[in-house]
Design a binder for this molecule. Structure first.
Ligand code: NAI
Length: 408
């Protein structure tokens, strides 16, 4: 068996929820006669989503959503699966990246599944011939949803898209635990340095930031949080972390992880204050959070190591991991989120794609929440795969929660 197929099989063992959905899809064939276009990180867990959709009758065309996150052996293995076509290649040029997006769109997908909104953006700007053909889409990540909501607010989103990212079964697990564990794992494996006792600066105390802070603290780090939202800053303070501006944190931090979805969060004025040997990394979707342009313009010298660029700034070394791209996926050994977490996220994707296949034609252009029954179905399937049972409300309890005149 090829190395890519062995990786796909390894992941499959830890994806019981997706496996159950696949069995159901094999019988129901909800995508019979449909082409699905995908732009996701092409690695073993994603491959299991792809084969699940194909088992449901779809012809799947997929490419990457980040030039550094593709695992070439998995991409190769996917191309041996019936009704699957994969165009992703690691370390492709920007031109090749968009060529691959175009190839997916040449297949005329009726459903899109994005992580960062590249397919939907391309369809609405450069491939408008496809707009009428697309029934709808699913979007995986926070940054993609931000962009989609901006489009929808301007009335420019012309088909329905399910905000898979925004549902509890995604954010509570994928963003918090997935990013939390995998970004730290990637930093440790790439640098082989210790977290314990270090100042770890987390920029952004959203879902990803909370997970990162908690896990870095668990490893013995002294965690500093930077924020722009006063409520989240206060939450970080009461969760026990130091809160300060990036300008102050820059002078203290040993390891930095940005996860804001925003741009230039660590920039020229901060680089000047960094300690010798500071390690910078980004876990946000795009490579805009660390101002890489400034570093390239101002460095006297740049030393390249596997997954690490060292910028010499007037004799001071500043290390940046994975070119400032998603550190959990874009370092040479980055594996992305733990498999069990992606089992949940991809179970949501599979069921939301089925929802679009069934009901998309009835929906107008816009961003839609994941239907509650899908969110609950994934949670219930996961609980039962773990052998866990929970209580259910009695009639009396249901009535109590719906009444207003409860007496005092
Ligand atoms: P979120 O919206 O819950 O949190 C972002 C936080 O950053 C907010 O609290 C916001 O106030 C803060 N922020 C914004 N600008 C800031 C600035 N200049 N300085 C400090 N804080 C600032 O978003 P979430 O879900 O935590 O996602 C964050 C990013 O991570 C997004 O780009 C998302 O797409 C990406 N993501 C990455 C994953 C990965 O595998 N690495 C997985 C999931 C999400």
């Amino acid at each position: 068996m090829s190395s890519g197929m062995l990786k796909i099989e390894w992941a499959a063992q830890y994806m019981p929820v997706l496996a159950a959905i696949r069995k159901q899809f094999e019988k129901e064939k909800p995508f019979a006669g449909m082409t699905i276009g995908m732009a996701l990180h092409v690695e073993a867990k994603t491959a299991n989503l792809v084969t699940t959709l194909a088992a449901g009758g779809a012809v799947v065309h997929i490419t990457g959503c980040n030039p550094l996150s593709t695992q070439d052996d998995v991409a190769e293995a996917l191309n041996t699966v019936k009704n699957v076509h994969c165009y992703a290649r690691r370390a492709c040029t920007v031109e090749e990246y968009y060529e691959a997006i175009n190839k997916v769109l040449d297949a005329q997908p009726v459903i899109t599944i994005d992580d960062g909104m590249d397919l939907i953006h391309y369809i609405h700007t450069k491939r408008r011939d496809l707009i009428k053909k697309v029934i709808g889409g699913c979007e995986e990540t926070t940054t993609g949803i931000h962009r989609l909501r901006s489009m929808a607010a301007e009335g420019k989103l012309e088909f329905p898209v399910v905000a898979v990212n925004d549902t509890p079964m995604k954010r509570f697990f994928d963003n918090v635990h997935g990013t939390g564990e995998s970004a730290l794992t990637s930093i440790m494996i790439t640098t082989n340095t210790l977290i314990a006792g270090k100042y770890v600066v987390i920029a952004g105390y959203g879902y990803c930031g909370r997970g990162l802070a908690k896990k870095a603290h668990g490893l013995g780090a002294k965690v500093i949080v930077t924020e722009v939202d006063p409520r989240r800053a206060l939450e970080a303070h009461m969760d026990g972390y130091s809160v300060m501006t990036m300008e102050k944190a820059a002078a203290l931090g040993d390891i930095f992880i940005t996860t804001t979805g925003n741009t230039s969060v660590i920039n020229g004025k901060h680089f000047k204050k960094l300690k010798e040997g500071a390690i910078l990394s980004n876990a946000g979707h795009f490579n805009v959070e660390i101002d890489m342009g400034w570093l390239h313009d101002h460095a006297d010298n740049v030393v390249q190591r596997e997954g690490i660029e060292t910028f010499m700034l007037k004799g001071k070394a500043v290390h940046v991991l994975a070119e400032g791209r998603l550190v959990n996926l874009a370092t040479p050994k980055g594996m992305g989120h733990p498999i069990e977490v992606m089992d949940l996220s991809f179970a949501l994707q599979a069921l939301c794609a089925r929802f679009i296949a069934k009901s998309g034609k009835k929906l107008k252009g816009g961003v839609y929440d994941v239907p509650q029954e899908i969110d609950e179905e994934v949670a219930n399937r996961k609980l039962s795969s773990l052998g866990l049972s929970i209580d259910s409300m009695t009639q009396e309890q249901k009535k109590y929660l719906c009444s207003w005149d409860i007496g005092t």
